[in-house]
Every structure is written in C-alpha cells, then in structure tokens.
Design a protein around this ligand. Sequence first.
Ligand SMILES: Cc1cc2nc3c(=O)[nH]c(=O)nc-3n(C[C@H](O)[C@H](O)[C@H](O)COP(=O)(O)OP(=O)(O)OC[C@H]3O[C@@H](n4cnc5c(N)ncnc54)[C@H](O)[C@@H]3O)c2cc1C
Length: 428
Amino acid sequence: MTKSNVHGLSRRRFVAGAAAGIGLAGFSRPVRAQAAPRVVVIGGGFGGATAAKYVRMFDPAIQVTMIDPARSHITCPFSNYVLAGFRTMDSITHSFINLRANGVTQVLGTATVIDPVAKTVRLAVGDPIPYDRLIVSPGIDLRFDAVPGYDEAASEKIPHAWKAGAQTVLLRQQLESMRDGGVVLMSVPGNPYRCPPGPYERAAMIAHYLKAAKPRSKILILDSKEMFSKQPLFQDGWKALYGDMIEWVPASKDGIVKRVDAGAMTLHTDFAQHKGDVINFIAPQWAGAIARSAGLTNQTGFCPVDPVTFESTVHRGIHVIGDSSIAGALPKSGFAANSEGKVCAMAVVNLLKGKPAEAPTYVNTCYSLVGPDYGISVAGVYKPGPQGIVEVPNSGGTSPREAPLDARKAEAVFAEGWYRSITADIYG
Ligand SMILES: Cc1cc2nc3c(=O)[nH]c(=O)nc-3n(C[C@H](O)[C@H](O)[C@H](O)COP(=O)(O)OP(=O)(O)OC[C@H]3O[C@@H](n4cnc5c(N)ncnc54)[C@H](O)[C@@H]3O)c2cc1C
C-alpha cells in the first residue's frame, strides 16, 4: 500500500474524508488495515449510517468506508415540523463527525458506478474503492418521468420536499409568502412511497401554521389512494384541531393528478383543474439512482433482497437496505431503515467470517404529530417468513381512537423522545 493510494482511495478524496474529521483510526496500522475485510456503505442516512456504525461496533477489525456527498444528514423525520414553524433546519441536521469514534471513514462524494464483478465502487473522480461486502442505502428518488409536467425544473416552483434540505426550506418560504385565504394543494402518490403517514402529518403541520398565521386558508389533498395510514386518527385530529381547513380527496373521487402545469400553478385530474397558491407535489418514487444504474432494482423500481440478510437477490455480496429495498410488510420508514441497518450489519459481520446469518426480528414505530401537543402512532414487530418479511400477529397496532387529550399529549412527548434517541443511536 502506498501513501498516495491508501485503501484504494486517491490522496485527494482520502484527505477530504480526513478534513471532514472522519475516520483516521482505521489507517493508523497499515499491516492490520491491509488484512482487514472491507465493507463499503453507500449513503449516510438512516439505513447507511446505522449499518456503518454497527458493523464497526460488532467487529472493530473491519474497515468501514461510508460514501455520502454531504458532511451531515438532514433528516426527513421532523422536517414537517420545520414547515409548521416549530423546528429549525439546524435541529434536524446531524453531522457525521461522531461516526469517527467508531472508526468509520467517510469518502465525500457520490457513488456513480458499482462493479459487482470487480467488487468496486466508483465516484466521479478518484480510484475505484474495493469492497468485500457492499451495503447500499441511497434512499429514494422522485420519479420525474411519472406525471406529465412534473420534472426537476418544475420542482423548483412546486416543491416535493420529500428529501429534506433545500426543498423543505423552499416550501416553508412559499407558505410564509402566501396570502391569507390562499389554497395549499398537496398531491400524494400511490403505494409504495417513503413514509406512508408523512403526507397526512404534513397537511396537519401546514394547517397548524396556517391556523395561526393565515386562518382563512385551505388545504386540499389530492390522493392517488383510497385509504391511508392511521386514517381515522388523522381525520379525527384534523377535525378537532383545524375544523374544515383540510379536505381529502381519494382516488375514486377524482383525486389522481394526471398533469401538472407549473406555469399556471394548476393540477389537472380527470375531471377538474385545481389552482393552488402553494403546491406540494409528492411525486411517485423509486430506488435511489445508484441502485437503479447498478441493476439492483426489478420492475417495481425497488430492490429485491433476502429477508434475513438484505443481500440483493440480483448481485451477491451487495446488500440493499432502507427505502430502496423491497422489505415486505416493513414500511419505508427511518425506524425500519435503522432496524434493517443493524440486522444487515450483523449479517455482514457473520458472512465475512463464514458464519450463517442469524434469524432477525425487525421493529418499527411511526409517530406523527397532528398538532405540537397531539401525537398518534403505529407500531409493529416483523419477521422473515416464506413469502418475505411479515408482521408478527398482534405485535403492535395504532393508538386507540378514543383517547383523552392527555394521551395524545403523551404521544407527542414520546415522538420527541423517539427522534432524540434514534438520531443519537445513528449519529451520536
Ligand atoms: C416528510 C417526511 C417525514 C418522515 N417522518 C418519518 C418519521 O417520523 N419516522 C420515520 O421512521 N420515518 C420517517 N420518514 C421516512 C424516512 O425519512 C426514510 O424512510 C429514511 O430516511 C430512509 O432511510 P434511507 O437510508 O433509505 O435513506 P435516507 O435516510 O434518505 O439516506 C440516503 C442517503 O444516501 C445518500 N446518497 C444517495 N445516493 C447516493 C450516492 N450515489 N452516493 C453516495 N450517497 C448517496 C444521500 O445523500 C442520503 O444521505 C419521513 C419521510 C418524510 C419524507
């Protein structure tokens, strides 16, 4: 190993990782580093950062390299509260710096090519990065080919805000600039998509802001589905807190948007045209670009995986976790991605030692706020079965429909605790 080509990384990108304050520890003893198995992780979000951290925790002898274009991750969870105005972007931004304590090296950049034969990952510049096992967790991409009129350029005027960051800020600014009495249109895609209850929590959070700042305004949700996660709980909460401010239109009542006219700020359905002062278009989704270009997806646009190890059924030696994967009954949630990241990390450590993977259990809880003091939740435990991952009967459920306000308030506190503990688990 030469100094300029440590672990297959060019000096420039390695220094970029070091400058980010990440992971010099793995390189301090070249002899051991040379012999150590190499795990590369694409993506530093809920799935990827969890897997990177836990591989190192389960076996500190393994070299772990995490590739992500940013030095920190802005979480989608709690980004709806930025729209409501009671959370800041800073409070949902988590630096990768503490992953260093576990010896994870970050390569700053975007993975562009996976070579499953040579077992390398390429970025736009620099040498290929070799791996013994690769974990891919790039999240979702919005499908800019799915609905005529909605492409990347249109998203600058009509944000999806389904990846937290600049899009979240844009949507918040648009809400702040809107006149009182304006109409906020939301379009929600069919399944599967990231965070099944997310759009309905978002509607509530926008209503929370409008009720205080622009009380004559309306929110119209055009939905491509007939029903949605925690529906009775959301609809009870909307009514209790916001009266008639939120209207929901299911697919069968002409809720499916067929065309977007960004210039005229109009959504076209089969039988109507809806003009919005602000439009939040949550487009259909598929696996992140690197998973698609590597051929890891099937006709659904997502990646089929082994339900025990999350190893791709297309390319052995590559694991796909988080929203990009097809995880059976597990929802596309941050909690599920975190759970998958830990299970996958353990499986990878075992497989590198020639041991079989252990039978896993997965967990998920999704809290949603209807108001800052009004929380609801759905929880479940999941196991691999012959047909993929299934929910364990009677393992979870939703908040009771009839519950005193104290119970809703307690769930809002639990939601806050959940966010603190999961982000500390991943990035702390
Ligand atoms: C509004 C909203 C609210 C939500 N609320 C909740 C909630 O309350 N609870 C919950 O459990 N879940 C929630 N979710 C869902 C949660 O955000 C996702 O399920 C979770 O982030 C999925 O994790 P992931 O690792 O698959 O993707 P992400 O967390 O999105 O991470 C993907 C990472 O990969 C990186 N990346 C992508 N491509 C490349 C590449 N080629 N090279 C290198 N890096 C790359 C990206 O930069 C990113 O950092 C919410 C989602 C939304 C949109």
